[in-house]
Design a protein around this ligand. Structure first.
Ligand code: SF4
Length: 415
């Protein structure tokens, strides 16, 4: 295996890539943000890196010329995991979002790649099996359309000139034009627009010079429109890319109701596959530097609520919020639902439909399908051990179910 130093050619390039990747790593896109960075030796292949990643998806890194280049474990649609290079084209920006380390005027070292340069560096890393995919974002320069052009140029060089066929996530910039969104959809596997805040009022607190409707929501509408109006064969791999967004949590100060209202609307109306939530962490030298960091548990609860909305058939009205509009931190939102709605009305596992089964803590989509399959085959579950064999967390489900009319025997967990 050739040493990665040979690919990255020059110390300055490595230095730039390390900084650009560290910047892009602040985005939560593509999977579980993991604490800490596990190290991998020079020239690690994708398979080696996969083995190094823990089961919870902690990112790894390659060390080149003494600089650590983060390689993130990305969770693909369907659950497949791939090592991904997340990088920015430039860490310079003409905008002044109040929370952002790259905002104009902040005293910080900046690095910039030309599209050809970044495409060449990435191609070298990819061809040696270090990563299987690229997440490409950038600071803004010369307006949204000009910035988008440079992202598109990089993608075009990779796809057309270098024959890159791997995973590509392209950022759509605020102010990008409709034709540019069309082209990004033809090149990428996933596209994203960061809304940052759930509505224009909250965005004004975080990024007073970003236009919620015209700069951020408009491209998300176009993405959905393109998927509905143009044949999927025109997309890369013969299908249209999925779309995602990201919210900064705890700086606006928005409520969880607002965040989840917008998330539910995006899911149902614009088919935005995934909302990412990023707990606010103040950056020195920014106007919000003295604001307290958000509790990461809040981010976790928002993700749990998001999956209930997306995969479990829950509506916003099914979730319990505190009087301040936040999800309780100390309780899983599905558990909170079950305690309120199912304690006195248990679900009969051997008669319930899929939607009802998914209401029960410990039963996920796979467990619900396994139960339905077992019932069809006449091997329906009779006790918690049977449920366990079907992939259900029986102890968690037990207080809220009956099996053939009987409450299962279980040992309640002492808190
Ligand atoms: S547009 Fe705003 S959030 Fe994006 S890099 Fe520039 S300052 Fe940061």
């Amino acid at each position: 295996m050739q040493n990665v130093c040979a690919i990255l050619e020059a110390v300055e390039t490595v230095d730039k890539l390390a900084m650009a990747c560290a910047g892009a790593g602040l985005e939560s896109a593509e999977g579980p943000a993991g604490p800490g960075t596990a190290r991998a030796p020079h020239g690690s292949t994708a398979a080696q890196l996969r083995r190094r990643f823990g089961p919870d998806g902690v990112p790894a890194a390659v060390t080149v010329n003494g600089r650590s280049i983060p390689i993130e474990l990305a969770v693909m649609p369907g659950g497949r995991r791939i090592p991904l290079l997340k990088t920015m084209l430039t860490t310079a920006c003409e905008r002044d979002c109040l929370y952002c380390p790259f905002r104009a005027g902040r005293n910080a070292r900046r690095v910039t790649f030309r599209p050809e340069e970044l495409a060449r560096v990435f191609d070298g890393v990819y061809r040696r099996g270090i990563v299987d995919g690229l997440f490409l974002t950038t600071g803004m320069f010369g307006g949204g359309a000009n910035t988008q052009n440079r992202l598109l140029d990089t993608a075009e060089i990779l796809r057309s000139r270098m024959g890159y066929r791997g995973y590509l996530h392209l950022k759509i910039m605020p102010g990008a034009e409709r034709g540019q969104v069309d082209r990004a959809m033809e090149l990428a596997d996933r596209v994203s627009v960061n809304l940052e805040a759930p509505n224009p009022e909250r965005l004004a607190v975080l990024a007073p010079h970003k236009g919620f409707d015209e700069e951020l929501l408009a491209p998300l509408r176009w993405i959905d429109q393109i998927r509905r109006e143009r044949p999927p064969q025109q997309g890369w791999r013969g299908r249209w890319p999925s779309s995602t967004t990201q919210f900064v949590v705890g700086a606006a100060p928005e409520t969880d109701v607002e965040l989840l209202q917008t998330t539910a609307w995006l899911l149902r109306n614009l088919h935005v596959t995934r909302s990412y939530f990023m707990a606010f962490d103040p950056v020195p030298g920014t106007p919000l530097e003295n604001r307290p960091a958000e509790d990461p548990v809040r981010e976790h609860r928002l993700y749990q609520a998001f999956f209930l909305l997306r995969d479990y058939g829950f509506d916003l009205e099914d979730l319990s919020f505190q009087p301040d509009g936040r999800l309780p931190l100390e309780r899983d939102p599905k558990q909170a639902y079950a305690q309120a709605a199912l304690s006195g009305h248990p679900i009969e596992v051997n008669r319930a439909d899929r939607t009802e089964l998914l209401r029960v803590p410990g039963i996920g989509p796979r467990g619900a399908d396994a139960i339905l399959r077992a019932r069809r085959l006449g091997t329906h579950p009779r006790d918690l051990q049977d449920l366990h064999r079907l992939g259900v967390l029986g102890e968690r489900a037990a207080p809220y179910i009956t099996l053939d009319g009987r409450r299962p025997r279980y040992q309640p967990r002492l808190l």
